[in-house]
Design a protein around this ligand. Structure first.
Ligand code: OTU
Length: 661
């Protein structure tokens, strides 16, 4: 009632219409309390959904009918929500910080590469539980187009599972199995584009005007040419340009907007029918037991002439509308923005400050990821420290995914501003990192490859697994025990750092065993042109079998990461909801930051060099920590005889103490 009274007259009218259309149906289907739950939730979120919908589609003559149709879809979603998930909705509403807790540990893989079918994945869940995984991102689940499919990011049917992996029943069984183990399931929602073979695309191709309006298509080059003026290329060497000519389309052929590959057709979100279709797909996936929807390529959803067609304000309206509507249907479900964009842009994707609770709960912290690799290459923490000073100090109900690498390449998207601030020339620094991580820089230990080298601009990105980029592959090949030690310490340092931060740390499958680059993709004609497959190796279960042997490389990494996870889980300071306090200190090799909560205080120190380092003894005082400090990772006292705090090569310290907020 409260929320109803606060609605704008327009929203209230739309709400009343919805009630007239559906009150009887809901009352007929549910116990009174479950019908009430629907009306309470929709009252709460109506305005939050209606306002952005009017912003997006309000100028249309049929705006009212379009909005009504979208709200009808919400009723259908709620009616279809299965009972165990309805209970989960209530549980998560009572535990809104469920994804912000210290026990959240993420893991990501291609099911085919981890185990095989979804049933086979289910058979391997014990392995994940050993690492206390509580968030599992399974990529590439839905039915892709046949043949080349961009690693599963070209979907032909959003309501079917890739037949090579199993069926929808298998997905439901897997998600139920995960739920029993307390593991949330994240699935990609590829919402920027469909495969060219999707039913909508097939109808558009045949000239059906209703479906032509689902995509951005052009009979002549004039508009594409005008757009191209300001558009970058995402895959310049495998898919140059942003438009593809489809010769048999609507008679004489048309140009279709294809930001990524020619077989990935960008959807037209200025058409409310597209919005509604994707909402229905979100409901469908949520109702199969998906907990986290990863909004793939979110920045690209809205096009505007004269811009790079990324991060347009309408993208945020789309996210806000989807966010509010899904909260009515499935409050257990959260959104993760896949937006690999500069930090100030990124903050618009998650709900911070004025937008708290209205946008995505999660977003990848790409900045921290690239700064970790930059830190290892330069042996300096300066860039990561400078970037941290720009980050928000307090997050509530939203947080970051911290990761070391993912299935994509590493692009050096650190902000130019921060690079200049620490005295680095942005272009020269990126060039150095490219040289370093492809092993071209003298003395580099890394074994990576260029990804999408663009001769026009000199831009490139990097492919390679964590182990290979951190020097393990080379050290093993040279049989150099000291180098192996260092490489292992590097991997543990960067994984330790993502485990030190707020939010969800995300392990890429196989990094915990040091899996090296896998060049076998070159033998597969569907993959050979895309060297991101270099760092998407198959799980090596023979190596995994050595994970409990502390003398093996696999054991040192696996047990090392596992221990960090266990310490993290045990300490409330690791909860996302706390104050974050980045710190400068007197040693450029050492990254320092503090985390404060009413129930615990922590100073994190990380040494990016292969030499022992130390920092000023009064750093804890500057960080707001008092009294005796205990290192949670080895139970020792922190301060040494000379008053300085010592760190071993690539050392990480988690110093806990008393403090003030
Ligand atoms: C995403 O990545 C996926 O992670 C990729 O695997 C897909 O190929 C792609 O979308 C298309 O579906 O540009 O280089 O800001 O950086 O969406 C990878 C977001 C990408 C983009 C991101 C994209």
């Amino acid at each position: 009632m409260q929320n109803l009274l606060q609605m704008s007259p327009e929203s209230r009218a739309a709400f009343e219409r919805l009630r007239d259309r559906h009150a009887g149906r809901l009352a007929g289907r549910f116990e009174p309390r479950d019908a009430d739950v629907f009306w309470l939730r929709i009252e709460r979120w109506f305005e939050d959904a209606h306002r952005p919908l009017l912003g997006l589609y309000g100028e249309r003559d049929d705006a009212t009918a379009q909005a009504d149709a979208i709200f009808d879809c919400v009723v259908e979603g709620y009616l279809a929500r299965p009972e165990p998930l309805r209970l989960l909705d209530l549980e998560r509403q009572l535990t809104p910080d469920w994804f912000e807790r210290p026990n959240m540990i993420g893991y990501v893989f291609y099911p085919q590469r981890f185990a095989g079918t979804l049933r086979e994945v289910q058979g391997r869940l014990d392995y994940l539980q050993e690492l206390h995984i509580s968030y599992l991102h399974i990529m590439s689940l839905l039915k892709p187009r046949p043949g080349e499919n961009d690693g599963g990011y070209a979907i032909m049917d959003y309501r079917a599972i890739d037949p090579a992996l199993g069926t929808l029943a298998d997905l439901r069984a897997l998600s139920a199995g995960l739920r029993e183990r307390g593991i949330a399931l994240c699935v990609d929602l590829v919402l920027n584009h469909t495969a060219a073979e999707h039913d909508w695309a097939a109808r558009a191709r045949s000239g059906d005007p209703q479906y032509l309006a689902y995509y951005h298509t052009f009979s002549e080059r004039a508009l594409p040419d005008a757009f191209e003026q300001a558009l970058p290329e995402i895959f310049p060497d495998q898919a140059p340009g942003n438009f593809s000519f489809v010769p048999d389309m609507a008679g004489s052929g048309r140009w279709v907007w294809t930001t990524f590959n020619r077989y990935q057709w960008d959807l037209n979100y200025s058409n409310p029918a597209v919005f509604r279709e994707m909402l229905a797909i979100m409901c469908f996936l949520a109702n199969q037991g998906v907990d986290v929807l990863r909004l793939d390529a979110a920045p690209f959803l809205w096009k505007r002439m004269g811009t790079n067609c990324q991060n347009q304000p309408e993208v945020q309206l789309l996210i806000e509308a989807y966010r509010a509507l899904m909260r009515v249907i499935a409050p257990a479900v959260i959104f993760k923005a896949e937006a690999i964009v500069p930090p100030d842009e990124l903050l618009r994707y998650i709900g911070v400050e004025a937008t708290a609770g209205r946008r995505c709960e999660l977003a990848y912290n790409n900045q921290f990821m690239v700064n970790l690799w930059s830190g290892l290459a330069t042996r300096k923490a300066t860039l990561a420290a400078a970037a941290m000073h720009m980050a928000p100090r307090l997050l509530l109900g939203a947080t970051a995914i911290h990761y070391v690498r993912c299935h994509d390449d590493i692009g050096w998207a650190m902000s130019d501003e921060t690079l200049c601030e620490i005295g680095e020339d942005p272009q020269a620094h990126r060039q150095f990192l490219n040289d370093f991580y492809t092993g071209r820089f003298p003395g580099s230990y890394a074994r990576g490859d260029y990804f999408q080298f663009n001769p026009a601009t000199g831009d490139t990105r990097i492919s390679g697994t964590t182990a290979s980029l951190a020097g393990l592959e080379q050290a093993i090949e040279r049989n150099d025990a000291a180098e192996i030690d260092l490489a292992i310490s590097r991997v543990l340092l960067i994984y330790g750092l993502i485990l030190s931060r707020a939010g969800i740390p995300l392990i890429y499958m196989g990094d915990e065993l040091g899996l090296p680059n896998d060049p076998s993709y070159l033998d597969d004609p569907e993959k050979a042109h895309d060297n991101r497959w270099l760092h998407r190796p198959r799980m090596d279960w023979t190596k995994a079998a050595r994970r409990h042997d502390p003398a093996s490389i696999e054991g040192r990494l696996f047990l090392g990461i596992k221990r960090l996870i266990e310490v993290r889980r045990a300490h409330p300071q690791m909860h996302n909801f706390g104050l974050f306090h980045p710190l400068w200190n007197d040693n450029a090799h050492v990254l320092a930051f503090a985390r404060h909560r009413h129930d615990g205080h922590l100073l994190v120190l990380a040494n990016f060099s292969e030499q022992p380092q130390s920092v000023q003894g009064d750093l804890p005082h500057h960080a707001g920590l008092t009294g005796e400090l205990i290192d949670l990772l080895n139970d020792t006292l922190a301060r040494e005889a000379n008053g300085r705090i010592q760190l071993p090569p690539y050392g990480l310290r988690w110093l806990a103490g008393e403090g003030r907020l």
